[in-house]
Design a protein around this ligand. Structure first.
Ligand SMILES: Cc1cc2nc3c(=O)[nH]c(=O)nc-3n(C[C@H](O)[C@H](O)[C@H](O)COP(=O)(O)O)c2cc1C
Length: 229
């Protein structure tokens, strides 16, 4: 498909048909995704393809723990796990997670509750020691390290799209990173980048909701004239 179409229309896909995604397809996707850029071309990513049903269920359960905390904060109108959140307010919001979990268990469940059944699950890890974190010494939250990892993760989704597959980047497992890393026998200085779910989409793609460029682009200064089409 046309690159511009792919850029403008690749959604987060969370519902899939039962069609399996075979190893050759996953290998092909990763073979395209590996051309992603990274700081100093360090390519600090590692991928673990999760197939074992026991491991998949454990990953789902760890995901759910973070997911229900996330929903508690959304319900409270907060930025979930926001860097500048009021800690007291966040603790109260997160304490709703038990009730949210109970309500979810009583229903059919959604993507999160059925995460273990997704056709393909790729866990992307990082060798933290190989990351150029240029913002490491600033007195603010660091994100430059992730910038060397998420282009690769996004390339996975684009490469999947090119094969008629859809998927979603998820990070909820980061909430319980130590438990998951232990489960997988990961060495020290490894971090979880994302769990990517992939499969054949079961729903039609709808128009993506995104801000217009004039809403986030100015010229010469932060409050300078806006750039628009
Ligand atoms: C870094 C990152 C983390 C995300 N984490 C999750 C997640 O844990 N669970 C989930 O269901 N979606 C997750 N998403 C998907 C976003 O919710 C999705 O990209 C966004 O809502 C836009 O969706 P759309 O492209 O369908 O409009 C994540 C996306 C990114 C880029």
């Amino acid at each position: 498909m046309e690159l511009r179409d792919a850029l403008r229309t690749t959604p987060a896909t969370r519902t899939f048909t039962d069609a399996p995604v075979d190893d050759a397809t996953i290998a092909g996707i990763l073979d395209d995704a590996r051309f992603a850029p990274s700081g100093g071309n360090r390519q600090a990513w590692r991928v673990v393809v999760l197939k074992d049903p026991t491991i998949r269920r454990a990953v789902r359960d760890l995901y759910l723990a973070g997911w229900y905390e996330y929903l508690g904060q959304v319900q409270a109108g907060m930025t979930p796990f926001g860097v500048y959140n009021d800690q007291e307010q966040e603790t109260i919001a997160r304490s709703q997670s038990e009730q949210i979990a109970k309500d979810a268990a009583a229903g059919p469940g959604g993507f999160a509750e059925h995460l273990d059944e997704v056709p393909a699950l790729l866990l992307v890890l990082a060798d933290i020691s190989a990351l150029a974190t240029v913002d490491r010494d600033l007195d603010r939250y660091s994100f430059a390290g992730g910038a060397s990892l998420y282009p690769f993760v996004w390339n996975i989704l684009l490469a999947a799209r090119d094969r008629g597959l859809g998927g979603v980047i998820t990070t909820m497992n980061v909430r319980n990173e130590p438990a998951l890393l232990e489960l997988l026998g990961a060495p020290e200085r490894t971090g979880i980048v994302a769990l990517v779910a992939l499969g054949e989409p079961s729903q039609k793609i709808t128009k993506l909701k995104r801000s217009q460029i004039h809403e986030f682009t100015t010229i010469d200064s932060f409050d300078g004239p806006t750039l628009s089409l």
